[in-house]
Design a protein around this ligand. Structure first.
Ligand code: SAH
Ligand code: SF4
Length: 419
């Protein structure tokens, strides 16, 4: 999902961007170059597509050591060294890729021509290609990107002063199967590689003129970032490198349904993004229904892990709560939510459902959302209500669209996906 932001309505909330979800016909194709390692657990979360909740590694081609887009700065330096190239050349090339957003060695104009030719012969630099770019009346821009294997993904640029935000995907599809999310209906097609995750930022930053400006990143596009842990963290390291875009982890928010072992691993990371937990329900039963991984990692365990999660000074965990009319939007739900979050440095982000074909839920009224928010605020919780962004271009959270030349309606496309 990608393409939304929050408006602070109550208390001292902060502005926070969000994203949209979109699928394409191509996204349903699995490249012959990639395969997933299902390691069990599928039935545990009730999704026919589910793979392991804890590890979801993809097989990569000979570690892609010659594809510079997949290398962290030290790996790139090592690859250069192996080929007898000087270390400073690695920094120079890394800067070209990230700071200048170039996509070919010929564009690296301060390298000698002979070196550019040698790099072209020895290495590749795979970069997502912009197939389509669409701007909403509210300024949100949605990008349809084509990956090297023909798979298509979407990423969103949410321009909000003072914080510009990129909402990016970590997987093609998702194994978690949340009942209100169209990406969940699709199942997992494949993980994105680290280079593809970081590549979305490279491409969007260059296309929007943001290479020299600070921006935020939210991992709220398609996919569950903690189900693609290693690639996601590697991508964050690539983006963090001082030789590249130097994105501070404080500017990155990782949104997860709460895969507890991965949360515990994240808690030990040197480079730790802000954490957002997709909660959506206040009882185990209801959450298991709406968010199937809850059957394996229950609410109580997730909240306990949050209580122990190391937080920097003044930082808090965001709890996202998609509001579904008549399902989880009562005053009692709000009171229960406040009780559950007691003792956690928390803020709550209410997300009125973005309806979509095939999603059997409705969006509650503004009055219901306001009442819910007020109950939380009365209990001293910071609450923000996410305002849908880019709805006219279907760039809002959870809104599936099938592009790529298809003339079918969203409902027809959904029906095809469900076959
Ligand atoms: N998989 C991760 C991150 C991507 S989803 C997660 O679930 O947290 C990012 C956010 O979009 C989640 O909070 C999710 O609940 C929300 N979302 C999904 N479908 C939605 C919909 N139809 N309407 C509103 N928000 C939705
Ligand atoms: Fe996956 Fe659920 Fe997040 Fe959708 S909301 S992307 S199904 S984890």
């Amino acid at each position: 999902m990608v393409g939304e932001f929050d408006k602070v309505k109550l208390a001292a909330g902060t502005r926070r961007p969000m994203c949209l979800k979109a699928l394409t016909e191509k996204e349903l194709q699995v490249s012959p170059h990639y395969s997933t390692h299902p390691t069990g657990g599928a039935s545990a979360i009730g999704s026919p597509y589910a793979k392991s909740l804890e590890t979801n590694q993809i097989v990569t081609d000979s570690q892609r050591s010659s594809n510079l887009a997949e290398l962290e700065r030290p790996q790139l330096a090592a690859a250069f060294e192996q080929r007898g190239l000087q270390r400073f050349r690695a920094d120079q090339v890394f800067r070209w890729i990230y700071r200048h957003g170039v996509t070919g060695f010929e564009e690296m104009t301060d390298l000698p021509q002979s070196l550019r030719a040698a790099l072209t012969a020895d290495f590749t630099l795979t970069t997502p290609q912009i197939l389509h770019r669409e701007q909403s009346i509210d300024g949100t821009e949605k990008f349809l990107l084509r990956l090297a294997d023909g798979t298509q993904i979407e990423s969103v640029f949410i321009p909000d002063t003072p914080s510009m935000t990129f909402c990016i995907s970590t997987q093609v599809g998702c194994a978690m199967g949340c009942g209100f999310c169209l990406t969940g209906k699709m199942g997992l097609v494949r993980n994105l590689t680290a280079g593809e995750i970081a590549g979305q930022v490279r491409v969007l930053a260059a296309a929007t003129g943001m290479l020299d400006h600070p921006f935020n990143i939210v991992l709220m596009g398609m996919g569950e970032p903690l189900h693609n842990y290693d690639n996601t963290m590697k991508a964050l390291r690539m983006l963090h490198s001082e030789h590249g875009l130097a994105v501070s982890p404080r500017r990155v928010t990782l949104s997860t349904v709460g895969i507890v072992p991965a949360m515990k691993r994240l808690a030990r990371e040197a480079l730790m993004p802000n954490l957002a937990i997709s909660l959506h329900a206040t009882t185990e039963d209801q959450r298991s229904e709406l968010v199937p991984p809850n059957r394996k990692y229950p609410l109580a365990e997730i909240l306990e892990t949050c209580r122990r999660f190391p937080l920097k000074k003044r930082s808090r965990i965001t709890f996202e709560y998609v509001m579904l009319k008549g399902i989880n939007d009562t005053a009692e739900d709000a009171r229960r939510l406040a009780r559950l979050l007691a003792g956690i440095k928390a803020k709550v982000n209410l997300i009125p459902l973005n309806p979509a074909p095939g999603i059997p839920y409705e969006r509650p009224s503004d009055a219901t959302v306001d009442r819910f928010a007020q109950i939380l605020a009365d209990r001293h919780l910071t609450v923000s209500v996410r305002k849908s962004r880019g709805q006219d271009i279907r760039a809002a959270c959870g809104q599936l669209i099938v592009e790529g030349g298809s003339k079918k309606s969203a409902a027809q496309q959904m029906a095809l996906l469900m076959r």
